[in-house]
Design a protein around this ligand. Structure first.
Ligand SMILES: [Zn+2]
Length: 258
């Protein structure tokens, strides 16, 4: 696990699993945590790492319902988890999905946990919408297409965008069950003006980006979606994302949109 301060009021903690990012955002004395790391020791250390940097989250957010973003309550069992209404709908429609997928991932990585995942009384947040943090407000924007649910979290006073599983330098656009090409495109179009105003863009997986790098990724992802729509079997994948695993994701994407 790596902790990097991207602003005096924002710290990004990156898991060794899939370079998953958790982002703590602070306004005055108040802090919130977006998404989560994965491994039990990472989750155990997280409160201490954040506290040392002066971040004591009073609430948790998950950008979408994929299990690897929903683990915050393992680190902070007393805090409530806020999710987009669309994510709450997904949780209700597929009960136990996050727990099941976590168990499968744990089995694959030989991970043992003392506590199972409990989402507690998750709170459904209207998206688009606003969420108070100290004297500031986070903006919640729709971010669907990767999955049927999700939101991006924009902290305007920090120029910080936490966009969930979009705009990543380690993963091509992934269209999962319930996601869609059209919704993915709409999300990129919605994120673009935020990225243009951003100082830092933190994707669900991979390195935090400065604005120019994130804009370049948006272009690459749009070009990839065009190739996907044309049904290309072997499109050129962006530099740094042309790997066997990403080719496998592309094959799954072709199935999903075909
Ligand atoms: Zn993810």
């Amino acid at each position: 696990m790596r902790a990097v301060s991207v602003h005096e009021d924002a710290i990004v903690v990156t898991s060794l699993m899939w370079q998953a990012n958790a982002i703590a955002i602070r306004a005055g004395e108040e802090a919130m945590l977006v998404d989560s790391p994965y491994f039990p020791d990472e989750l155990e250390l997280l409160p201490g790492v954040l506290a040392q940097a002066g971040f004591e989250p009073r609430a948790l957010l998950a950008t979408h319902g994929d299990f690897d973003h929903m683990l915050g309550r393992i680190a902070f069992p007393s805090l409530s988890l806020g999710v987009a209404e669309s994510t709450m709908k997904r949780v209700r429609a597929r009960p136990g999905e996050a727990q099941r997928e976590l168990r499968d991932a744990d089995a694959e990585h030989f991970v043992r946990r003392v506590r199972p995942l409990s989402l507690g009384q998750a709170q459904a947040l209207p998206v688009p919408g606003h969420l108070g943090l100290g004297e500031h407000e986070l903006e919640l924007h729709l971010a669907e297409g990767h999955t049927p649910d999700g939101m991006a979290v924009w902290a305007p006073w920090l120029g910080l965008l936490c966009c969930g599983d979009y705009v990543s330098d380690v993963e091509i656009p992934l269209i999962d069950a319930g996601g869609s090409l059209a919704a993915y495109r709409a999300t990129l179009a919605r994120l673009a003006p935020l990225v243009e105003r951003a100082e830092t863009v933190v994707p669900g997986h991979g390195a935090p980006h400065a604005r120019e790098a994130a804009l370049a990724l948006l272009d690459e992802d749009a070009a990839y979606l065009d190739a996907l729509e044309r049904g290309e079997e072997r499109p050129a994948l962006p530099a740094g994302r042309d790997s066997v695993v990403q080719r496998r994701i592309h094959a799954a994407n072709l199935e999903a949109v075909g």
